[in-house]
Design a protein around this ligand. Structure first.
Ligand SMILES: Cc1cc2nc3c(=O)[nH]c(=O)nc-3n(C[C@H](O)[C@H](O)[C@H](O)COP(=O)(O)OP(=O)(O)OC[C@H]3O[C@@H](n4cnc5c(N)ncnc54)[C@H](O)[C@@H]3O)c2cc1C
Length: 445
């Protein structure tokens, strides 16, 4: 058997990476084991001078996010680029109108026709902020708005917002408690949307820097195939040719990968339920262009077709060669759409049509297109009849979980960061390595 560690983290996506950085910064002897390359779904692919982030790198409500806590506690250098709300527009088919990201947008937008509807929407925002709207886990947001006789236009507006923030064409399925919690945090934020200069890769490099500076071990191309348990403890993990032992284990790999690994243990049974839940899946169609096509918008959301375009290179100039442009179109898929070739073809055509409409001349400037037919944005979609996986089960006393399928704060990567932070702090607290300062910061999350 190779070296013994304080903590072994399996899975090098941003959840496993941030947990490893945090624990090694707290002087734990950590090994991070990743089956492929570090980054997981936040990987960046470089083609002909363009850096394609597999997923966009918008961070929602960064000033109240757990990523911000990691930034402060680990001394990460993050080049924040704030989203310009004046450049965010809805495409309503016949006309463009501002997204009501702030008061200015709210008064200018045509998606809420007339002052009465705008005031009714502002009133809903206020009620959410004051916790007068709390929702209920057994009531979907659509049912909640109907029960509360919400103004029709305001209802549509809230569902449209939900569609973009939860990456779904079925926003009515979002549980109302999750919806109001999410927007309370976002409405309170002074930085509702930010990008990261250098994309996900720059963030990954920062976490790696912290791990290396604290003498953590990183092993890539290290697929864990077996888990050894003894009583109520995990004792080691095995690849085809190596075995790693530790006191504590964090598994930052999705439920479908966990089920196989824990075959024959209590965990297999506990995790199976989460393996059955459906993910949030999208089509992504990026285009790298030789020369920028200037338009007044950096974010265009086609409300009817449930798709949006972001001008990634407007915020992150490092992802393109000199003078170039990187546009990313994302279209939400329903479960029934996934794997349906005709649906995919029709979505692809609609995206191209959207590029034609807003970025006329893109076909002549095209250097490299990149299409993902089914990209998993969040492993367990936030919808009624589904729930996030706990970060531990009572069966094993040294086993923790994190990732965007786990319980935590926010959506998307914020779920990965917040579950990682929580799992790491549970380990520190258990081992008596939890200072009063740590406790205050943790309890604030
Ligand atoms: C198209 C798209 C757009 C997105 N846009 C945004 C956005 O704008 N904002 C945002 O916040 N988030 C966004 N996301 C979501 C974000 O990318 C994910 O939430 C995040 O990357 C998930 O990280 P994770 O570590 O939780 O999981 P993963 O990245 O899935 O990490 C799991 C890791 O475990 C490894 N692994 C699995 N099995 C084993 C094994 N047996 N042994 C060893 N290793 C193993 C895998 O290789 C992987 O590296 C987007 C995602 C996509 C796809």
């Amino acid at each position: 058997m190779s070296e013994h560690f304080d903590v072994i983290v399996v899975g090098g996506g941003i959840a496993g990476l941030s947990a490893s950085a945090y624990l090694s910064r707290k002087q734990k002897k950590v090994a991070l084991l990743e089956r492929a390359v570090i980054g997981g779904r936040a990987v960046t692919i470089r083609v002909k001078g363009f850096s394609f982030n597999f997923g966009a790198h918008a961070i929602y409500g960064r000033d109240t996010s757990v990523l911000r806590t990691f930034e402060q506690e680990l001394g990460l250098h993050i080049d924040w680029r704030d989203f310009n709300p004046n450049k965010a527009h809805y495409d309503l088919g016949a006309e463009m109108t501002p997204v009501p990201v702030n008061i200015h947008g709210l008064f200018r937008t045509k998606i809420l026709a007339g002052m009465t509807h705008k005031i009714a929407f502002a009133y809903e925002v206020l009620r959410t902020l004051l916790r007068l709207e709390q929702g209920h886990p057994h009531i979907s947001i659509k049912q909640w708005l109907e029960q509360h006789d919400t103004d029709e236009d305001v209802k549509e507006m809230m569902l449209t917002l939900g569609s973009s923030n939860f990456f779904t064409s079925e926003p009515e399925q979002i549980p109302s408690d999750v919806f109001f919690n999410y927007y309370r945090r976002l409405f309170l934020s002074t930085k509702p949307v930010s990008y990261i200069g250098g994309g996900w890769q720059s963030l990954i490099d920062e976490f790696l820097r912290v791990i290396e500076a604290n003498e953590g071990t990183i092993v890539t191309k290290c697929k864990i195939e077996q888990v050894q348990v003894d009583g109520d403890r995990v004792v080691s993990v095995r690849t085809a040719d190596a075995e790693y032992s530790a006191d504590e284990f964090v598994f930052a790999i999705p439920p479908k990968a966990l089920v196989g690994l824990f075959e024959g243990t209590h965990i297999e049974h506990a995790v199976k339920q989460y393996d059955r839940y459906s993910p949030t899946t999208v089509v992504v169609y990026d285009i790298g262009l030789k020369q920028r096509i200037e338009v007044p918008y950096t974010y265009i959301n086609d409300v009817e077709n449930h798709m949006f375009i972001t001008d990634i290179s407007y915020y992150d100039t490092t992802c393109v060669p000199d003078g170039g442009q990187l546009l990313q179109a994302t279209a939400y898929l329903t479960q029934a759409d996934i794997g349906n070739k005709e649906v995919f073809q029709s979505i692809k055509e609609k995206i191209e049509h959207m590029y034609d409409k807003h970025f006329s001349g893109w076909r002549e400037q095209l250097v490299v297109p990149r299409v993902s037919q089914r990209a998993v944005v969040q492993e367990i979609a936030c919808r009624m009849n589904q729930q996030a996986m706990p970060i531990f089960f009572p069966d094993y006393r040294n086993l923790f979980f994190c990732g965007d399928w786990c319980e935590g704060q926010g959506q998307l990567s914020e779920l990965s960061f917040s579950s990682a932070y929580e799992a790491a702090n549970l380990i520190l607290q258990k081992r008596g390595d939890f200072s009063e300062k740590d406790k205050t910061v943790w309890q604030k999350q």
